[in-house]
Write a protein that binds this ligand. Sequence first.
Ligand SMILES: Cc1cc2nc3c(=O)[nH]c(=O)nc-3n(C[C@H](O)[C@H](O)[C@H](O)COP(=O)(O)OP(=O)(O)OC[C@H]3O[C@@H](n4cnc5c(N)ncnc54)[C@H](O)[C@@H]3O)c2cc1C
Length: 398
Amino acid sequence: MSESLPILIAGGGIGGLTAALALARRGIPVRVFEQAPALGEVGAGVQISSNGNRVLFDLGLEDALTDVAWVPPGKEVRLWNTGESWPLHDVGLESVARYGAPFFMYHRADLHTALVAALRAVAPDAVTLNATASGFDQDGDGVTLKLADGDTITGRALVGADGVHSAVRRTLFGPDDPQFTGIMVWRGLIPADRLPPDRIRQLGTNWMGPGAHVVHYFLRRGEMLNFVGAKERDDWQVESWSTRGTHEECLADFAGWHDDILTMIKLIDVPYKWALMMRPAMAAWSAGRVTLLGDACHPTLPFMAQGACMAIEDGLVLARCVEAFDDIENAFQHYEAARLDRTSRIVEGANDNAKRFHNPALATRDGAIDYLSTQFDPSRISDRYDWVFEYDAAAVEI
Ligand SMILES: Cc1cc2nc3c(=O)[nH]c(=O)nc-3n(C[C@H](O)[C@H](O)[C@H](O)COP(=O)(O)OP(=O)(O)OC[C@H]3O[C@@H](n4cnc5c(N)ncnc54)[C@H](O)[C@@H]3O)c2cc1C
């Protein structure tokens, strides 16, 4: 009987909405339970490479997203103090030619809005707000999701897409054990018309220095700049998206850096700061009729810019498995098997990039030039990224 009930998804972030849209477009009933009182995303940017955009375009979002993206002609690496540069990826038309889909930068709210609109077009009542998942029960017939307000909902299965602090993961596998990485991150937005004219290049940029790096790129057709600065520091260990810092503290973390960096920091609207935590990789994500996706099961350091891309890929592969296999427990086993190796490899790649981007060799100019020329040689870049960008979640074996 439960087979006609909806698949329940806890969490209406990028991963949960992608999964819901992919299921709904296959005619599979789905309901999303989001803790927030209103749908939305934080004011920050997100880079979505070809592997993520391929999924989003397959789900019908190409026009809506092309309209709000910033399409960079390329990306570059720059040395923290001198500003010398090395090409990283050609991400405009070159990405389409090489990997079959573009590399775009979005305001997170724009991506979220496009996903919500597409989901509502096929399943108008799928999303319930003010609905905090607190646990669940399951048996051979179905799953009962428990909400914090005492309400319960019965479904065919449950997907925990409730992010890094997932309540579904905690109910399945117990509390997690986050370890501080020794790195904290600054983020902020700058309206583009506030920047000195022609000062900041129209490229996605990754500045690297000893113990720190800065990533910046434009959003929303170029109307604003997204700034992310990572700094090795052990005196700030709060994992939060909404803690405000000060411009002075951020400037102090990048003292001695190139004037472009200091100029950007001074122009940030509100500098937010949070600590980066790492969690041990999970050997399994599914139990019976319950599974996880996105940050709930493979949280990652942001240094490959792949956390959201992985959550998007998860959503499509999960929907394909639910469609292909009648038995939901079997479907979830196939989903997990299809995703485990790839996501583990990307998480490891992000950990490696933490060391790569902050390498002590970057402290002196001669050491830095030798190091960056080797690490960002085109063939090395291809080895590190081609397999990530080529992946096709619609075609991968399930
Ligand atoms: C600084 C930084 C930069 C990044 N840059 C990139 C990038 O450029 N490219 C990229 O691909 N990735 C990037 N990422 C990673 C990316 O943001 C995440 O991997 C992605 O948001 C994960 O999506 P998700 O849907 O799994 O989780 P989330 O985005 O965390 O969404 C979870 C949702 O669940 C809801 N929720 C939580 N608990 C409950 C509950 N108990 N009940 C109901 N709802 C609940 C939340 O409100 C939220 O809406 C970055 C991350 C950081 C920190």
